[in-house]
Design a protein around this ligand. Structure first.
Ligand SMILES: Nc1nc2c(ncn2[C@@H]2O[C@H](COP(=O)(O)OP(=O)(O)OP(=O)(O)O)[C@@H](O)[C@H]2O)c(=O)[nH]1
Ligand SMILES: [Mg+2]
Length: 232
């Protein structure tokens, strides 16, 4: 399957399947960095793209378009002296843009971030469905999960009280974060979401790069891989 995703924010997410996984593997040969796959899931428009961009790109992404399929971003973090690469799979919330991709999202996943919009109750009410979808795809229970209420800068217009979110989080035994991808003052809080997962994953068995590459829908061509950049 070939598909094209937007790449006008510095991230190449165009796949045509023209090169083998081996070439991509050689590109990284010698780099002793463990890689973990984190998927960001939730209704359309809750801010999944903006949150992942804030973490990987360091700033708020103005005027994002709806994600089609998946956008990949990466950031390497230092956890207790070890470099760990977090590969963020920013998934599409709209059913029509995700249905052919769902299997790829969940394959070999290491951690899941469920996002809702604190100003939109329906996005919160959808969470059990998203959580059930993970279950249907046999994501093991030991895979860490985190609940994130986004758009807290609009909290005055909030529809989802913290107490309600906390009750849901407690029910599933997930940590809860409320934050804003937009508010610059929340930058470190957004980082903390991903770093919390990185700390949890540090002691997990790493996924080998080859596995990760093969779990992508279609591998990058060599040229695309060279172009692939992260603003962090
Ligand atoms: N006020 C505010 N707006 C935000 C925040 N995060 C995202 N937005 C806005 O919410 C809208 C949707 O953001 P996206 O990041 O594209 O949402 P998404 O969940 O990736 O949507 P899909 O790709 O369709 O699944 C955009 O207009 C963003 O500018 C936030 O923290 N605060
Ligand atoms: Mg998006």
């Amino acid at each position: 399957m070939a598909y094209q995703n937007k790449n006008d924010h510095g991230f190449v997410t165009v796949y045509d399947g023209t090169s083998s996984a081996k070439e991509v593997h050689q590109e990284y040969a010698g780099i002793q960095t463990r890689i973990f796959k984190i998927i960001v899931i939730g209704d359309s428009n809750v801010g999944k793209t903006c949150l992942s961009y804030r973490f990987c790109g360091g700033r708020f992404l103005k005027n994002p378009e709806a994600t089609i399929g998946v956008d990949f971003r990466e950031r390497t973090v230092d956890i207790d002296g070890e470099n760990i690469k977090l590969q963020i799979w920013d998934t599409a919330g709209q059913e029509r843009f995700r249905k052919s991709m769902v299997e790829h999202y969940y394959r070999n996943v290491h951690a899941i971030i469920f996002v809702y919009d604190v100003t939109k109750l329906s996005s919160f009410e959808s969470l059990p469905e998203w959580i059930e979808e993970c279950g249907r795809h046999s994501v093991p229970p030991m895979v860490p999960r985190i609940l994130v209420g986004n758009k807290c800068d609009l909290k005055g217009k909030g529809e989802v009280p913290t107490s309600l979110a906390q009750r849901l989080a407690d029910g599933y035994n997930f940590p809860l974060f409320e934050t804003s991808a937009k508010d610059p003052a929340e930058k470190e809080h957004v980082d903390a979401i991903f770093l919390t997962l990185a700390y949890k994953l540090k002691n997990h068995k790493p996924l080998r790069l080859r596995q990760l590459v093969e779990s992508r829908p279609v591998p990058l061509s060599e040229e695309q891989e060279l172009q692939r950049t992260c603003l962090c």
